[in-house]
Design a protein around this ligand. Structure first.
Ligand code: B12
Ligand code: SF4
Ligand code: SF4
Length: 397
């Protein structure tokens, strides 16, 4: 196991208390780590719920700057998100778990295959939310059976700041790209949390080891970092392709390249990945058909085919229309004239979001004269204002 396990063996039984104050066996910590490993976790550490006291101000500054964009749920209750005790007043320890999903190939290689799509590493296998939640529940059940107490488990979607908590628990440190970096697994750890009423011994945080490096900051295609450790999510391709619902803002379209779901550039740039290892969880491993799917094939997906292809995948949650929007931006960036027919077909799609993106793709792939001619023949039949604006933009009408 990696992470902040080091100091645990030294802790005495007297600090290892149940909610009722009864001491536990001194090796509970080791057993917990062993159990976690057998359930597929690769890192574990324990933090005091008060250990992230300082993050509220930073979260509020992020929200005040509007950096969360349309993710209103992030702004819902900052006091609760920034403080586990506000979320659950009985919590006495936070057990942070990491699961390695290190890739088996260079995540950047696909970016050169312009007629194929880049799906980020985390989304090439089964949905980690479902998998990790299940494992967290299993581990929590084990803990209750061994030591009692009450628990709550979280992965990603709850109002919990997992990166600062994992850093406080010694799993790694929050790098300048804002993700948590591990000495043992580089950028590639999913995080999950078990809140418990047990008073468990804490692990030591690990100091920031970014030093003067700024590889992640310089790698970002959309200049999404306002400063080291500060991201403007509205500029991030991960946000734009997954969270953003409307048309992709024009200024980011070219920079997206063939990235159609998430982005790994800042993660992949980190020199700490030299210690990364391939993930051992088969369900998170890349499905072969999602390593480099052809844009032509993806552009043909209707709703049923989309849902079938992305069964159990995190990609499914954005729905077919948003997915096709992303595919069409990649088609526009492909420089591949054989994809013109696909974009032309999608000019007649039922979804205005898809039609609008198809217009942009054609404007990139066709000559100005061809585009102008096509525009004359279609624009008057287009009922949606947003799509009409897409037609006019390249013609500067
Ligand atoms: C919202 C969200 C997003 C948003 C916003 C990302 C962000 N950085 O906030 C978007 C959609 C962009 C996103 C993208 C990705 N995400 Co995300 N996301 C989350 C989520 C749900 C909440 C994160 C959050 O609280 N953001 C709010 C900001 C304010 O918090 P923060 O990033 O910790 O902010 C810190 C810094 O900004 C810093 N800071 C702020 N101001 C200042 C000022 C100074 C001076 C300093 C020094 C520091 C500082 O302090 C803040 C507090 O610690 C978490 C799950 C969870 N519940 O925690 C997953 C999570 C962070 N995502 C994850 C992943 C894998 C990704 C992607 C890699 C996916 C992909 N391949 O496309 C990208 C990475 C993009 C990036 N560079 O961050 C993982 C990260 C795992 C890890 N090892 O860190 C998480 C933890 C999910 C999980 N359970 O595994 N994500
Ligand atoms: S995920 Fe991509 S777009 Fe987002 S900050 Fe990292 S490099 Fe930039
Ligand atoms: S790339 Fe460099 S600056 Fe960015 S997280 Fe890794 S070590 Fe830190």
């Amino acid at each position: 196991m990696a992470g902040g396990r080091a100091g645990l063996a030294d802790l005495c039984g007297s600090r290892f208390l149940s909610a009722e104050g009864a001491p536990f066996p001194a090796d509970l910590n080791e057993q917990l780590a062993k159990e976690a490993k057998s359930l597929g976790f690769d890192a574990i550490g324990i933090a005091d719920p008060a250990a992230i006291d300082g993050v509220r101000e930073k979260l509020e500054a992020f929200l005040e700057a509007g950096a969360h964009g349309e993710m209103e749920w992030l702004a819902d209750n900052p006091a609760r998100r920034a403080d586990p005790k506000v979320m659950w007043q009985d919590v006495r320890s936070v057990i942070m778990l990491g699961m390695n999903y290190g890739p088996d190939e260079n995540p950047m290689a696909i970016l050169a295959e312009r007629s194929n799509a880049a799906i980020s590493i985390y989304a090439r296998g089964d949905d980690y939310h479902d998998l990790i939640k299940k494992r967290l529940k299993q581990l929590a059940r084990w803990l209750i059976a061994e030591a009692g107490g009450e628990v709550k488990v979280f992965v990603d979607t709850a109002a919990v700041m997992e990166k600062p908590l994992a850093s406080a628990a010694g799993l790694g440190w929050q790098g300048k790209h804002t993700n948590m970096v591990s000495r043992d697994f580089g950028s590639w750890l999913f995080l999950g949390a078990i809140f418990t009423t047990l008073d468990l011994p804490r692990d030591e945080p690990i100091a920031d080891r970014c030093g003067s490096c700024r590889a992640c900051l310089d790698s970002c295609p959309t200049l999404a970092f306002i400063a080291p450790y500060r991201l403007d999510a509205r500029r991030c391709i991960s946000y734009l392709t997954i969270e953003h619902k409307g048309p992709i803002p024009h200024e980011f379209r070219k920079a997206m390249g063939n990235r159609i779901y998430g982005c790994d550039d800042c993660l992949a740039a980190c020199p700490w990945n030299k210690f990364a290892q391939e993930g051992r969880e088969a369900k998170l491993a890349a499905r072969d058909q999602l390593r480099a799917p052809s844009l032509a094939e993806l552009s043909k997906l209707d709703d049923a085919a989309f849902r079938a292809l992305f069964t159990k995948s995190p990609v499914k949650r954005i729905g077919r229309n948003r997915f096709l929007r992303n595919v069409l931006i990649a088609i526009g960036n492909s420089g591949d004239a054989t994809l013109i027919d696909e974009a032309r077909r999608l000019l007649h799609d039922d979804s205005p979001l898809v039609r609008g993106a198809a217009v942009w793709a054609l404007a990139q792939l066709q000559s100005g004269d061809e585009f102008a001619e096509l525009s004359m023949s279609i624009i008057d039949t287009e009922s949606d204002d947003m799509v009409r604006a897409e037609w006019r933009a390249p013609l500067a009408l």
